[in-house]
Design a protein around this ligand. Structure first.
Ligand code: ZN
Ligand code: ZN
Ligand code: ZN
Length: 538
């Protein structure tokens, strides 16, 4: 008898039920924090509350070496990977914008000319998941369990659409023009009533009526560098990148898109998530529903001020409060232990070169592009390059054939030229599968290649180096295959998840596969990730 009680106690100490074929969570919440590096958990740990990030880490399962396994590490690519459980070579979302050889124009990852905007007049809603080449975890869920409800929300269209894929009930994103949430005719003919009434509350205008001041006294932000720094960006109409950011004075010049560059963009989205869960009755029965929530303001703020700024510290402290509030809401609405959360990011970000000691600097981006064209003109007497974008070179096949050259020989010479260029350390011929340089970066280049959408040659500058675009406008960026861009959080929490920590390297593409195993359903149709379920249930 005593033994039985002991076993009973042991099994239930963690509080949550294990997954089984019969038992599923009522709601799965996929949280993506745009541009969140893994180190932000430890960096601000002492300043987080017990109920936000700490609740996930302390009571959930954290994979502390989770990485993206491709380049370019960008928003669209990351969100597609989270949804599909694979890399661009299979899911086709090869960048935020890629060059199309047929139309000779840039294509935006979620652009769709066959749909119309819903909730706004104009271009903000002309989006759908049509460019994805793989389906997603939630597409498979809908196939296996048609009554499951699936929603994706974000301030960014691509952040809302790509994680949930083709058969979501809806995706909603933010319109700068209207200052409210919209969608596209891919999902619906008109906005649901509850979205219209939420939009009518004019929350954005209300948020922007107060300046953005630090949450705590500014001298307590000791994890960050000083507030005033020449290499930080500023809003239009602002003269210094310092607190308080006088939002009410900045609306005129920046429009209602201003909120995206403040922590209040995250509060707006968290509010919207709660309203969605109530109004669409998510998690209200035994059939598993899914909501994907992608917080975007962290990315806009990170770009403008960088990882060492007081602005980004303040943003994470406030996001921690948003999360704590959301989790409390979920406990009440769905029930503690009845829902499963996975929190991750879509990519990391580079430190601002001024903060990094060593041979890290900006390179002259236009000078570099000009040098490639000059190389072509000098070698061949004309320009054989059609486009340079996303650290990729697209060759002009027609010009090469006209010169009675082969792309193979041109690529060979281009690789030589690139590898001789100052501070450029890796370059690859994607079709010929010749890559010279950092082997880990080469591997990520191959994983990031889509034959129709990517360039012929990929290149990578030395770790830490940034385009001088960021020197001119201030701030920093991401897209490389280096750790600062690939290493992000992956934390699981709630129904079926044991507490724990794993240092072994895992990939973000493992998330969709693991979610599929949680639901005992088929993997997304091009998935290449591995299931992490055995770790979570140890
Ligand atoms: Zn992003
Ligand atoms: Zn500042
Ligand atoms: Zn970004």
């Amino acid at each position: 008898m005593k033994h039985k009680i002991l076993i009973l106690l042991l099994c239930c100490l963690n509080g949550f039920t294990a997954f089984s074929i019969e038992e599923k969570p009522k709601l799965i919440i996929m949280i993506t924090v745009d541009q969140m590096r893994h180190d932000y958990i430890a960096k601000y740990w002492d300043r987080y509350t017990e109920d936000g990030f700490k609740r996930l880490v302390n009571k959930g399962f954290s994979f502390d070496n989770a990485n993206f396994s491709y380049v370019p590490t960008m928003t669209a690519v990351g969100h597609a990977t989270i949804g599909t459980g694979t890399t661009p070579v299979h899911h086709g979302i090869a960048a935020n914008n890629w060059y199309d050889r047929i139309t000779k124009k840039e294509v935006y990852c979620v652009s769709d000319s066959t749909v119309t905007s819903v909730g706004v007049i104009g271009g903000d809603g002309l989006h759908s998941p049509r460019n994805l080449k793989s389906n997603t975890f939630t597409d498979q869920l809908k196939l296996s369990s048609p009554k499951s409800k699936v929603f994706g929300i974000s301030l960014k269209d691509r952040g809302a659409i790509l994680p949930v894929g083709f058969s979501a009930d809806a995706a909603f994103w933010y319109s700068n023009k209207k200052g409210h949430f919209i969608s596209s005719s891919y999902y619906m003919e008109e906005l649901p009533n509850w979205v219209n009434s939420t939009n009518a509350k004019k929350r954005v205008e209300a948020f922007l009526q107060t300046p953005w001041s630090t949450l705590y006294p500014i001298e307590t932000y000791t994890a960050s560098s000083q507030d005033q720094a020449d290499f930080e960006g500023v809003f239009n109409g602002e003269t210094t990148p310092t607190f308080p950011h006088m939002l009410p004075n900045l609306i005129k010049e920046n429009g209602l898109g201003l909120i995206k560059g403040t922590p209040f963009g995250n509060s707006l989205l968290a509010n919207f998530a709660k309203e969605l869960i109530v109004n669409e009755e998510l998690g209200s029965d035994e059939i598993t529903d899914v909501i994907s929530i992608s917080f975007s303001s962290t990315d806009y703020i990170g770009h403008m001020y960088g990882p060492q700024s007081i602005e980004i510290e303040d943003t994470y402290l406030r996001l921690d409060l948003n999360l704590s509030n959301l989790f409390e809401f979920l406990d009440q609405q769905i029930g503690e232990g009845q829902y499963t959360i996975v929190l991750t990011a879509d990519h990391g970000v580079a430190d601002i070169p001024a903060h990094v000691k060593g041979s890290v600097d900006y390179y002259d981006y236009n000078g570099f592009k000009d040098a490639i064209l000059e190389w072509s003109n000098q070698n061949y007497g004309l320009n054989l390059v059609e486009e340079i974008t996303n650290n990729q070179v697209y060759l002009n096949y027609e010009a090469i054939t006209n010169q009675q050259l082969t792309t193979k020989e041109v690529k060979e010479e281009l690789l030589q030229f690139l590898l001789n260029y100052p501070n450029l350390t890796s370059a690859a011929d994607m079709i010929g599968r010749v890559c010279i340089g950092d082997a880990a970066v080469c591997e990520r280049m191959y994983n990031g290649f889509d034959p129709k959408r990517s360039g012929d040659v990929f290149y990578s500058f030395q770790a830490g180096w940034l385009s001088d675009y960021y020197q001119k406008r201030g701030g920093t960026g991401h897209s490389t295959g280096y750790k600062y861009d690939t290493h992000v959080p992956m934390i699981w929490y709630g129904f079926g998840i044991n507490a724990g920590r794993e240092m072994q390297e895992v990939a973000i593409k493992d998330i969709a596969v693991t979610l599929s195993d949680i639901q005992s359903i088929p993997y997304p149709n091009r998935a290449t990730g591995n299931s992490l379920l055995p770790h979570l249930q140890k």
